[in-house]
Design a protein around this ligand. Structure first.
Ligand code: HPA
Length: 374
């Protein structure tokens, strides 16, 4: 969804990320974007199939990155900031200079393609800030959703690979329905918190995939990092964009809500509703990444106006809002990169943990004995 038509590997592949980087031309893939989005598979890689434990698939993904000259053991560090592109937000892709694309199909820990012919690519490139400095970024063009197969952990491998590669901040973007007519379609929302009404978790332990001792009792207080939210507010002000902060309610989908459900969500204190992001936030916090969440409002919740909701409507509205989303990202992402790099220095360098959460054990390897469970 929201594929921008940019040519994978356009420009001089890898030129800004390291010398003599192999050009990677990825075939069209089909991982959906969010918000009444499209089908996609999550799971194992082609070369390294579903039966292969996740730590090995993460290792294989890191090896693929290394072969591209990026990440641990390579000449160029993996970008400190990664963005998961939801509907409308993929407009960022053509702005990344010297893009280097790696198909999810070549990253065995990343979700597998689904049925539609859209991008499932990791794009590495540089974004030039207003002051002319170019900052490195990773853009995940396509995500897997729990609504496709019931698996809330569909992005586990991708997010753990990012963390193991050296990413420190994850920006999760989505399309969402508004629960408040004062937050109309076209507006952007900064996630302050979420409601996991689906009551599913990506943290069920899969013995082959999860290192023993990995903390699954993850705190979600300030899951959406307050300092990063302050940067987002400053960026929105600079870009002249209103940016409401609010609570995002995760509903499983893929069906839209009933009007009664929308009234329930309003009473529960939610400001927007969508079908993605929450499992990724949980996984990212477990992995020690700092999280920022952004919604593009594509519609009012079911029953709040006469608009018939559909996937096509979500997509059309997401495209209509893409220009504002892009303006915000252009102002925000350089700030996030500077912040992540400063924090890395303060924490003792790029290998020294990340985020406002204490460093976690490496997710690709066994760690320590399981802690007693409450
Ligand atoms: N509900 C759930 N997800 C959505 C919506 C909605 O109204 N709009 C975009 N994604």
């Amino acid at each position: 969804m929201t594929d921008d038509g940019a040519q994978p590997g356009a420009g001089r592949p890898g030129a800004a990320l390291g010398p003599d980087r192999p050009s990677v031309v990825a075939s069209p893939r089909a991982v959906g974007a969010d918000g009444g989005g499209e089908d996609a598979g999550g799971g194992a890689g082609d070369a390294c199939g579903e039966a292969v434990p996740l730590p090995r698939r993460i290792d294989a993904s890191l090896a693929r990155l290394r072969a591209a000259g990026v990440g641990p053991g390579a000449a160029t560090p993996f970008p400190a900031v990664a963005v998961v592109a939801g509907s409308g937000w993929d407009a960022l892709a053509p702005l990344l200079e010297d893009p280097q694309d790696i198909a999810y199909a070549e990253l065995p820990a990343f979700p597998r393609p689904g049925v539609h012919g859209h991008a499932a690519l990791l794009r590495l490139g540089r974004l030039t800030a207003a002051d002319g400095t170019a900052v490195p970024l990773a853009l995940l063009r396509g995500r897997a959703h729990a609504y496709e197969h019931g698996d809330a952990a569909a992005m586990k491998g991708a997010i753990r690979t990012l963390a193991a590669a050296g990413c420190r901040t994850l920006v999760l973007t989505n399309a969402a329905g508004s629960l408040d007519p004062a937050l109309p379609p076209g507006r952007l929302m900064l996630l302050a918190d979420h409601l996991n009404l689906v009551q599913r978790t990506p943290l069920h332990v899969v013995p082959a995939d999860d290192p023993p001792g990995l903390d699954r009792f993850v705190s979600l207080v300030d899951a959406y990092d307050p300092a990063l939210r302050a940067l987002a507010r400053a960026a929105a002000a600079e870009a002249g964009l209103p940016l409401r902060e609010g609570v995002y309610a995760w509903m499983l989908g893929p069906q839209f809500e009933t009007p009664a459900e929308i009234r329930m969500l309003q009473r529960l204190g939610a400001d927007a509703v969508g079908m993605s992001t929450v499992p990724e936030t949980i996984l990212a916090r477990q992995a020690g990444l700092r999280v920022l969440g952004l919604s593009m409002i594509t519609n009012l919740g079911a029953g709040l106006d006469d608009q018939a909701l559909s996937h096509a409507h979500t997509l059309a509205q997401a495209q209509a809002g893409a220009a504002d989303a892009l303006r915000l990202l252009r102002a925000l992402l350089p700030r996030l990169v500077v912040e992540a790099q400063a924090q890395a220095q303060g924490a003792g360098g790029p290998e020294a943990g990340c985020g406002s959460r204490p460093p976690q054990p490496p997710l690709a390897q066994p760690v320590r004995d399981p802690a007693p469970e409450p």
